[in-house]
Design a protein around this ligand. Structure first.
Ligand SMILES: NC(=O)c1ccc[n+]([C@@H]2O[C@H](COP(=O)([O-])OP(=O)(O)OC[C@H]3O[C@@H](n4cnc5c(N)ncnc54)[C@H](OP(=O)(O)O)[C@@H]3O)[C@@H](O)[C@H]2O)c1
Length: 313
């Protein structure tokens, strides 16, 4: 039986990966940031030596894309330094490693899906730090390192675009959403299952793309979400990206190709629309549970003293 160690285990993807492994009866140790800060090289060495995993999946990351522009060194410490320490620990322990990465390693201006072997050209600090993480892992683990790139994630256990649309549908008569960025909305549970399948198959080390097939824009995803809520999709209005200013430029084309899966007996994740239809009951239940919990916190009560309402959560 494969022993797994998952870092970033309380993040959106890490939570679903640990849950999927647990439901399969696989021995898994999930480490959140409090349990293992990946920037602490000595702790990384110690944890891998103590748990002796067969596979380490690194879901820990600095994921604040805009904040990374002004804090590239800190982002690099997590996204590259952390990955490098984990890879060194895996090399010493004879473990395999999966480094989760991103479409942001590419320039995002192509007119055909990016292949696994295409030359990266990140245009953001976040993308540069994630690319450095990929290289750190593949360089240290040439025979046992995997990079799984994903993109446009949504899931039940973290903030994401679909959750935001569920909230805004409830709060606003109409929402404006960009319609000139193209990508593949992808459910974290689908990425988790592909990571597990990758390790269970006799996959060669290297780069794999774990995103849904098909493509849409954020506008298309917002409309689909409104439709799933039983709301009128016409309440979502298209706008160009030029109407939004962000610290980090957003890729206009983030579609990834899936040719590497064809060499395995593992089908790629299916169509993005099918994915969100399967995920939606869980996403909605998680949103409602979080909203209900927030409503019942004393500091949210309308009559609560101002000082109490200001308490950070
Ligand atoms: N979300 C997307 O759309 C997307 C797209 C492409 C690729 N990815 C990649 O997918 C992976 C998972 O992303 P996600 O969406 O699950 O992100 P997430 O919800 O932000 O999870 C990342 C986790 O990493 C933890 N972390 C941050 N710094 C750490 C450190 N120094 N040591 C240990 N843990 C640390 C965070 O803990 P705290 O909460 O305590 O900070 C958080 O639990 C990442 O590699 C990301 O780059 C995500």
């Amino acid at each position: 039986m494969t022993r797994w160690l998952v870092t970033g285990a309380s993040g959106m993807l890490g939570t679903d990966l640990v849950a999927a492994l647990t439901s399969l009866g696989e021995p898994v140790t999930g480490m959140d940031r409090a349990g293992l800060d990946v920037t602490d090289a000595a702790s990384v060495t110690d944890v891998i030596a103590r748990h002796r995993p067969d596979v380490v999946v690194n879901c820990a990351a600095w994921t604040a894309v805009d904040d990374a522009e002004a804090a590239e060194e800190q982002a690099l410490a997590v996204n590259a330094g952390g990955a490098a320490s984990l890879a060194a620990g895996c090399a010493a322990a004879g473990a395999r490693m999966v480094q989760v990465s991103t479409d942001y390693v590419f320039a995002g201006d192509a007119d055909r899906p990016y292949a696994e072997g295409d030359v990266p050209a990140p245009r953001t600090a976040y993308g540069r730090t994630k690319l450095a993480g990929e290289r750190a892992v593949l360089g240290r683990l040439p025979g046992s390192g995997y990079v799984v790139r994903t993109a446009w994630l949504y899931g039940a256990h973290g903030p994401n675009f679909v959750r935001t649309m569920i909230r805004l549908e409830n709060q606003r008569p109409a929402v404006d959403v960009v319609d000139d960025q193209h990508g593949q909305p992808t459910w974290t549970a689908d990425v988790a299952s592909r990571i597990i399948a990758l390790i269970h198959s006799a996959a060669l080390p290297g780069i794999y793309h774990a995103t849904s097939t098909g493509q849409t824009t954020w506008f298309g995803l917002a409309r689909e979400t409104f439709g799933l809520l039983g709301a009128d999709p016409a309440r979502v209005r298209p706008i160009p990206s030029s109407e939004l200013t962000r610290e980090a430029p957003r890729p206009t084309y983030s579609v990834l190709g899936h040719a590497a899966w064809a060499r395995l007996a593992v089908p790629p994740i299916g169509d993005w629309r099918h994915g969100i239809h399967r995920a939606f009951p869980e996403l909605l239940a998680a949103y409602r549970a979080a909203a209900a919990a927030a409503d019942h916190r004393p500091d949210n009560e309308p009559g609560a003293p101002a000082a109490l309402r200001r308490l950070p959560r």
